[in-house]
Structures are given as structure tokens and as C-alpha cells.
Ligand binder design. Sequence first.
Ligand SMILES: [Zn+2]
Length: 295
Amino acid sequence: MMHPLLQEIVRARAQCPVCATPEHLREEEDGASRRCGACGLRMTLTADGLLTALPPHLAETARENAEYYDAMARRGGGNLSNRSHSRNHLQKCGAVLRHLGLSAGGPAKTVLEFGIGLGSHAAAVAETGAAYAGLDISPGLLEFVQRGRPELRDGLFAAADATALPFQEASFDAVFGVAVLHHLAEPLDGVRELLRVLKPGGRFCFLEPKRFYPVHFLGYLRNPKVEVGTMKTTRERILGCLRGLHVAEAASDPLIYTPNRPRALVPVYDRVDRLLGSAPLGGLLSVMFCVHGVK
Ligand SMILES: [Zn+2]
């Protein structure tokens, strides 16, 4: 059953993602869905916590992303699953928990993730006792993660467009995304929208691969409609956007230098990571960057 804090958000903080207002939402007779009286959009919530609030007209690149990740879910997670147990993956989870101030035994917080992957960041967040809500454009991926991760059964899963969220402003205690902003035609639209639904004083973090990191850049060339915002996803642009929003704090760190394999080299890699992490210009060589702060 969905966490009470998340039930409260769905009950009292939902809004029509098209009209961007809660005013016209009316409960339907089935009790599980609501319809917007102004634009006719229907939002449904299943008993196991899947909220569907996709606008009827998605931009072409959003449709491409939904189809791509729906297909990946049908194939059992595809190339996402290879990465989700690696040491670099654990580093990313560690950065998310640190920057959002989440640790076991802390106060129950509502945390919204944009782009759920295979639910492994979700699992790390939920393990701290936080109330986890995951948002994705792909309903197939959301259902796949719900089926495969019973530990997330009190989570909320929302099929929605990150640039038009079905929540009122200041609804969540923390928001984050790992390697997802670059899937938006304009990554800053996602930053602004996620910051909108974050409470004042709430923490945020965004981890993104650097655009010219070779594997990432090649991925963009191969699949430009899915990795559409790659060239626009830079540390400087995101920080500039956050400053324009007058957040209380914003900073960035480099993240991840060395690969996951071969295993035998991991002790060496760990040392290289530490050295580069403390070197003045070490950040130039990082694979990813992390922008984090307080609204
Ligand atoms: Zn509407």
C-alpha cells in the first residue's frame, strides 16, 4: 500500500498537467480517476500506486523516449541492467543520498525521482525510510520496475511528462534525477519543473554525464532523438538556471573517473578516483557531474 505521505500528495497536491491548475480536477465515479473539467484530461491511479497523468499530446522526442524505454522494459531492462550493480552505480546512489540528506533513521521525507531506470536509485532511497515517488515518461518501464521490486511496494509511480508535472508547487521534500535531463529537448525545462514541485528549503540533485565523454557522445550520435538534449546538458547551464530561480544554495562536483572493469584493477581505480577527486583540475577528467543544492 502506498506510503501515507504519498497518498496525501495524490489526494491533495495533484493538478492537471495540461492546465497546470488543480481547480478543475473532479473525481470520477469509479473513485480511482479524476478528470479535468477544463481540458478533459483523465488521470488514473491503480491500487498498486501507478498514477497515469500523461498529456494527450507529447512532443516527438518525448514520444521517442517513451517508445524506447517501453521496448527496453519488454526486453527485461536491456543495457540498463548491466550497469545497475556496478561500483560506479553505487557511487551515484551514494551521491544522491548525501546531497538529499537521506540516511536510515532520519525523518520521513517525500522524494521524487525523475527517470526511474530499473529502480535501483529508488531502492537506495526507499531503504533509508523515505517515501519514494518515481516519475517516467514510459509506462512500460514503471510497470516493469513495480513488478520486479517488491521493496518499492509503498512507492508512487507516475507516468508523466517531466516538463508538465501533475503536482502542485512545493509538494515534495526532495527531488533528483540521474542521467535523465539530457533526454529532454530542453533540459532546463525539466530543472524548472522539478524545482517548482520542490518545497522551499528542500534539497535537489541532478547527475549527468558530460556531453563529450566518448561513450555518451557516441550514444547521442546513434540515437539523437532519445538523447536529444545531450549538447544542452552542461553544468554551467544548469547552475545558471538555478541561479535564475534564486535557489538558496547550488554547487557542483565532478563524479566518476574510472571504469567498473576489470575487477582486478578496482583497488588501483579507487586510488586514481581519490587522487583525481582531490586534484585541482581533476574534475576536468570526470565522466559525470553532479549539481546539487537547496531551494
Ligand atoms: Zn486540464
